[in-house]
Design a protein around this ligand. Structure first.
Ligand SMILES: [Ca+2]
Ligand SMILES: [Ca+2]
Ligand SMILES: [Ca+2]
Length: 212
């Protein structure tokens, strides 16, 4: 064997020895305290849900009055409805009334001084609220009627104010917030309000927090 070849073999064996020493640090534990290699990157989580946050922008007021007013204003009488969202007043947009009650005063009907079934009367903050008002400051829902109000924006985190004319009848309603008023499975019950009758005759402010 030539000297050159011996040197080559020596260099090769030294190289293998160093390589083995270098590998030890990677494969053995120091005093049994294994750090382990750097954690492998986990699988990336699935993409964030792409379901859009639902917008709860509709308030529904569903009459459940105990007494039936016989003078043309059956059901609760809503003078106004608005929302307070972080100190900013949000006005009601479009309000619509659904009722089967034929005893709600219509303009021009006998014994009626005003149209008490006009949902537009609820599209304000209820500051004016007088029983004999003409045009009417309020809308009477009729027994079992439903007033649906579109606020045009998400109401989560807001406080909804429902101003009701507290007259001589025991009346009440439940209040719901919905993302789709045509689908009651999207509605959340916010609570109820009721009047005991013999009230002051002006608007009583009933508040509901939209904390879903
Ligand atoms: Ca009434
Ligand atoms: Ca009004
Ligand atoms: Ca009332």
């Amino acid at each position: 064997m030539s000297t050159l070849k011996k040197l080559f073999i020596l260099a090769l064996s030294l190289g293998v020895t160093f390589a083995m020493i270098a590998c030890d640090d990677d494969t053995e534990c120091d005093g049994g305290n294994c750090d382990g290699g750097a954690a492998g990157a986990g699988n990336e989580g699935g993409e964030a849900g792409t379901t859009p946050t639902e917008s709860y922008q509709y308030i529904m007021i569903v009459d459940n009055s105990a007494d039936e007013n016989s003078a043309g204003t059956p059901g609760v009488d809503i003078c106004g409805i608005y929302a307070d969202c972080a100190g900013t007043t949000v006005s009601a947009g479009n309000a619509t009334l659904a009722t089967d009650d034929a005893n709600i005063c219509e303009a021009g009907a006998s014994g009626c001084s005003a149209d008490r079934g006009d949902a537009n009367a609820a599209e304000d903050e209820g500051a004016a609220c007088a029983g004999a008002s003409n045009p009417s400051d309020y809308v009477s829902l009729g027994m079992g009627g439903t007033l649906t109000v579109d606020f045009g924006q998400d109401l989560q985190g807001c406080t909804v104010h429902v101003i009701e004319l507290d007259g001589g009848d025991s009346e009440g309603a439940s209040v719901l917030v919905c993302s789709d008023p045509a689908d009651d499975t999207t509605c959340v019950d916010l609570g109820n309000f009721e009047t005991q009758g013999g009230g002051p005759g002006d608007g009583a402010d009933n508040t509901f927090s939209v904390d879903l």
